[in-house]
Write a protein that binds this ligand. Sequence first.
Ligand code: VG1
Ligand code: CO
Length: 541
Amino acid sequence: MNTVATTPIDGQKPGTSGLRKKTRVFMQPHFLENFVQSIFDGIGGARGKTFVLGGDGRFFNKRAAQVILRMAAANGATHVIVGRDALLSTPAASHLIRLNKTDGGIIMSASHNPGGEDEDFGVKFNMANGGPAPEYVTNAMFERTRTIQEYHIVEAQNVDLSTVGDTELAGMKITVVDPVADYAALMETLFDFDAIRAMFAGGFRIQFDAMCAITGPYGQEILENRLGAAPGSVVHGTPLPDFGGMHPDPNPTWAHELMDTMNGPDAPDFGAASDGDGDRNMVVGPNIYVSPSDSLAVLAANAHLAKGYAAGLKGVARSMPTSAAVDRVAEKMGLACFETPTGWKFFGNLMDDGRVSLCGEESFGTGSDHVREKDGLWAILMWLNILAKRQMSVAEIMRDHWQSYGRNYYSRHDYEAVDSDIANTMMDDLRSKLDGLVGQTIQGHRVSEADDYAYHDPVDGSVSAQQGIRVLFDGGARFVIRLSGTGTSGATIRLYLESLETDPANFDQDPQDALRWIILAAEDIAGIRARTGKSGPDVTT
Ligand code: VG1
Ligand code: CO
C-alpha cells in the first residue's frame, strides 16, 4: 500500500448532488484522490466495507474508476461491485447498493452537465440506503478536504472491467456486473410489461432520446428488447465520452431534436428523453409538452394502475420550487404531502421512514421508493403503463387531469453564467427586503408572504436554511429564486414561476402568457435582468 502526502485543495464542497467541476480540474494532480479519500474518511473509513462503483461514461469516467478502485483497496474495502466498463446509471447504482446491501456507492457523473475534456465531471457518494449522502455527511467530507494530509492508494495495473465476473485487486474482491440486468429485472416487478407490450404490438410508437448518455443501453434492452418497441425507437443510444457534443439535459431547449419530432408531421405517440446519468426524464406527446411538475401530479393520480403501486401510495413529496399540482392530487386522494428543499437527498429520510412512496422535482426528476434516486426510465415506464391502461393519448390524459384538479401554470427561467458577485448580491438584497414586501401590491397583486425557505426534516429533526427565497401572492401565485448548486462556472440564477387556474375556459394558455404578471413582478422585486444585463433567461422550461 502506498500512502501519498498531499495538501488541501480549495473548492471541494459538494453541491446539490455531489462535487462537480470542470473535467480538467478533476484531472489535476491529487484532486480526485483528495476528494475520494475525504469521502472514505467522512464516512468513518472504508475498512471492511463493500461499495458499488459506476458512472455515466463521460470523459475521465474509466480512469477515475481505476483510481477509486485502487484507493478503495488501499483503504481496506473488502468488495466493490462495478458496472461493466465502469458504467452505471444513477438509479441503477442506487438499486445495486440496496440489492447487495452494500455500505454505499460512488457515482461518477456530472449528470445533466455536458461531458468531455473541456466540460464537466463529478463524483458523489450514496449511502447504504442507496440515496445521496445527506448534508451532515457531505459536510464531514468537505471538512476533511480542508485538513487532508495524505491519501492511500495501491500501486497496480488497471483492472479489466470489460468482462462480467469476479476479479481481485490487492486483496479486495471486485465484481463486474452487467449495468442493465438487475435494473431491468426491478422494472419488470413494478410495471405491467404485458400491457405495455400489447400496446406496442398494436402499433404504438415511441421515440426515446438517450442523448448519447448512459440510458441508451437501458432503453434498448427494456423498451426495444423486452417491450417490443420498434427497433430504432431509442435514438442517440450509444454512450459517448462527450455525449456526441450534446448537452444531455432533457428539456425543450437541449432535447430540441426530440421536440421537433414531436411537434412535426409524423410524430410518434410518445416522446421521452433522459439526462447524462439517467435520473431525469422529459415526457412529450404529439404537440404537447408535459411540464415536470404536471408529470409528477399525473403519476401520483394514476400510480395505482401500475402493479408495483396497486396498493396505493404511502404519501408524496416534492421539492419546494416544484408546483403544487401534486398537492392537489394528494388532497383529493387523502395522501400525506411533503415539501423539501431542492435535491433528491432530502427525500431519503421520508422514504426510509415509510412516509412517502412517490417524489418529484420540477427539474425533470421523478421517482419512487424502489430506489433512492430519481429515475428517468422508471418515469417513462410509468407513463407507458398509464397510457396502456387508460388507452388515452398524452394530450387526453393532461386535459382530463386539469379538468379534475385545475392547472398549475408553471415555468422556470434560468439565467446562466452570471457573475457570482452579482448573483450573491442580488440574493442578499432580496433577503434584506423580504419583511417589507408583505402587504405591498406589485403588478396589481398583493404579496401575502415572503421568506427564505428553511426545511425542518420531520424524521431526523435536522434543519437546512436558505434553500430559496419565495414570494407568495394572494390567490396562490408565487415565484421562487435560488442559486444553482450544480454548475461549474459562475452562478446560475433560477427563477421559478407558478399560478393556479381553476377555470376550464383558461386551460389552454401558453404558460409564459399565463405567468406574465408574475414574471414582471419578480423583475420589479429582484431585478435579475437589470442586474445581469440579460434581456431574458438563457433556458426556459
Ligand atoms: C439541479 C436541480 C435539482 C436536481 C439537481 C441534481 O440542482 O434544480 O432539482 O436535484 O440539479 O439533478 P441545482 O442546484 O442546479 O438547481 V441531476 O440530474 O444534475 O443529478
Ligand atoms: Co441527473
